[in-house]
Design a protein around this ligand. Structure first.
Ligand code: SAH
Ligand code: SF4
Length: 383
């Protein structure tokens, strides 16, 4: 619900709540399933088009419900198919959503908060401060709108040939956009449930990833409530440095974080945690850091994703050189650590970052970060 509009935004209601709600209006539970399919699978927002629902139910829906994704400020498509949406979430705040198509999958990166309280040194979202938590409808709305736009652009020929599988153009979702998803747990959890729901987006738990800076208590709750794949933003191999780079480490230091990762693995859909490690010149990229990192990887089953830092002026930090990243990763690979590094894509639309219309500035730079998930084996890094 919005403050000005008392209608229920159906994009934010997961199955159990919807069953209760339609029940309260005198409808059987299967009506909720039908409604979910109309909304999320067919992307229909006009209740009159929901032809298998009774007319009286449709008019109740029209009176009491709405279907409203956040409005799009800009949308860009790169020559390589990478696509970005900048969504207006009010009060001059915007969040970014990025789609990266590949041969065998399409990954959508979505945001969970406008700004972020964790304030990591190397993150532009963190520097921007915290504005507010996104609602479930705003989180799912990013997926709904992206899917809608992508489908619309598919050629008529492709659509005609499409089977169920082809229609699932977004095959993976990563909560790697703006914000710390586990600090907005109450709104993020129903969004994840909708992503997995067979009547909504039907993604498997392996194909939905939550990325966290390490909010230990909510890692445990996620393990019980909705154990999707987990990525942990590590960025430093010891507490002294991690305290500086990821201030949340002062609350949940590495030993606690690693213990939480091991507890999570008992429920996780994959048998490893993905550790993200942003490569900062002269800060966390020495041989000694690599050795300490190897020690950490011995304590939990994991894969390591090295992310070349995307600089921004306020950070005062620099990206490690390619040569340093290669040496650093070789040290890890030699010790048997599965390591990947990003490959650049979508640069032509990234170039326009920060040059958007009006007062809303795109400070999220998510498409760059997303490259971590567009990773290639370390052996293929371009020199
Ligand atoms: N708050 C969550 C998810 C959003 S951040 C988290 O921290 O995991 C998603 C990823 O982008 C994190 O791994 C984060 O460390 C990384 N990131 C943030 N700023 C970056 C930058 N300037 N360059 C490269 N990666 C960055
Ligand atoms: Fe927040 Fe993640 Fe950025 Fe840290 S890296 S400030 S947790 S969005």
């Amino acid at each position: 619900m919005t403050t000005t509009d008392q209608r229920i935004n159906l994009l934010g209601v997961e199955s159990d709540s919807l069953v209760k709600q339609v029940g309260a209006w005198g409808n059987k539970p299967f009506r909720a399933k039908q409604l979910l399919r109309w909304v999320h699978q067919r992307g229909i927002s006009d209740f009159d088009q929901m032809t298998d629902l009774a007319k009286t139910f449709r008019s109740t829906l029209a009176q009491r419900c709405t279907l409203a994704p956040p409005s799009v400020i800009t949308q860009k498509v790169s020559t390589d198919g990478t696509r970005k949406w900048l969504f207006d979430v009010g009060n001059n705040n915007a969040v970014e959503t990025v789609f990266i198509p590949e041969d065998d999958r399409g990954t959508l990166c979505i945001s969970s908060q406008a700004g972020c309280t964790v304030a990591c040194r190397f993150c532009s979202t963190g520097h921007q401060g915290f504005n507010r938590n996104l609602t479930t409808a705003e989180i799912v709305g990013q997926l709904w709108k992206a899917r809608h736009d992508i489908m619309q652009d598919m050629s008529a020929a492709r659509l005609a040939a499409a089977n169920e599988q082809d229609l699932r153009v977004i095959s993976n979702v990563v909560m790697m956009g703006m914000g710390e998803p586990l600090l907005n747990y109450d709104q993020v959890l129903p969004a994840l449930l909708l992503m997995l729901d067979d009547n909504a987006y039907g993604l498997s738990r392996r194909r939905v990833t939550v990325s966290t800076s390490g909010v230990v208590p909510f890692m445990d709750r996620l393990a019980h409530d909705c154990p999707v794949a987990l990525a942990v933003s590590l960025h430093a191999p010891n507490d002294a440095l991690r305290d500086q780079l990821v201030p949340l480490n002062r609350k949940y230091p590495l030993a606690e974080l690693i213990a939480a990762c091991n507890r999570y693995l008992e429920y996780a859909p994959r048998d490893f945690i993905t550790f993200e490690y942003v490569m900062l010149d002269g800060v966390n990229d020495s041989d000694e850091h690599a050795r300490q990192l190897v020690d950490i990887t011995r304590q939990v089953k994991c894969k390591l994703n090295l992310i070349p830092f995307n600089p921004f002026p306020e950070s005062g930090l620099k990206r490690s050189t390619n040569a340093r990243i290669r040496q650093f990763s070789s040290l890890l690979v030699d010790q048997g650590v599965i390591t990947t590094v990003r490959k650049t894509r979508g640069e032509d639309i990234d170039a326009a970052c920060g040059q958007l219309a009006g007062d809303v500035k795109d400070r999220t730079r998510i498409s760059e970060r997303m490259q971590a998930f567009k990773s290639i084996p370390i052996t293929e890094i371009a020199s």
